[in-house]
Write a protein that binds this ligand. Structure first.
Ligand code: SF4
Length: 229
């Protein structure tokens, strides 16, 4: 049985895999400490309330024919040594497989590419500035993950959490240029959500991007959408 530790499961969602009814398996553990993380309980590698892949599968078996897809989210799912095996199980049960990742481990991401039908990739900041969000750098690994995914041809949604103080206009413009240079043509800007965030950032007001900025970003990368909280 696949070695995968889950810290949570959403039995039904219409918003985590575009166009699909999906269940979301939240994988336990993440090497980063993003300031805006709203799932900090998923960051430690252990959690007394965590459960195994075989327990998640028992639930999914009861949803065969009712759900279209299983999304592996986190935490950082590629931290799990059994992710590819778990994805193969989900496929064998007839589900499409989605992945939410921050692109932390390009080598591990490459190993699961054969199982993927759709990916939501969180891009945190201009690649040289990752440390200010994650506390651990990581931008070059993410750049490599983006290259791998775009080369694979798998549909990818690039998403960036916007907090106007943490990621000012100049950062968004730089990131748009960097993503476009890699070949990305779509980008979702999602509003910072204070719920669950343990950082002082949660107390600060964040302004949405102006129409003028959105037009400038679209001019650099193509389709840019802002999702309010
Ligand atoms: S990568 Fe995701 S799960 Fe990990 S700390 Fe950042 S926001 Fe939280």
């Amino acid at each position: 049985m696949a070695q995968l530790l889950a810290g949570g499961l959403v039995p039904l969602t219409t918003t985590d895999y575009p166009g699909c009814l999906a269940a979301v398996v939240f994988c336990q553990g993440c090497p980063w400490q993003c300031r805006y993380c709203h799932n900090p309980h998923l960051i430690p590698r252990e959690n007394p309330e965590a459960f195994t892949w075989s327990q998640a599968m028992a639930f999914l078996a009861r949803r065969q024919g009712l759900l279209d897809a299983v999304v592996f989210s986190g935490g950082e799912p590629t931290l799990q040594s059994g992710l590819a095996e778990a994805m193969a199980d989900a496929k064998a049960m007839g589900f499409r497989v989605g992945l939410h990742t921050a692109g932390v481990y390009p080598d591990r991401l490459e190993k699961v590419i054969p199982w993927l039908d759709w990916v939501g990739l969180d891009v945190k900041a201009p690649f040289a500035d990752y440390g200010k969000i994650t506390g651990a750098g990581g931008g070059e690994a993410v750049r490599q993950s983006i290259r791998l995914l775009l080369k694979s041809g798998i549909p990818v949604e690039f998403r960036t959490t916007c907090h106007s103080r943490l990621l000012p206009e100049s950062d968004l413009l730089n990131l748009a240029a960097e993503l476009a240079e890699l070949g990305a043509t779509n980008w979702i800007l999602q509003a910072f959500r204070p719920q669950g965030c343990k950082d002082a950032l949660a107390e600060e007001k964040s302004e949405p991007p102006s129409q003028e900025l959105m037009a400038q970003l679209s001019g650099r990368i193509g389709t840019v959408e802002y999702r309010a909280a």
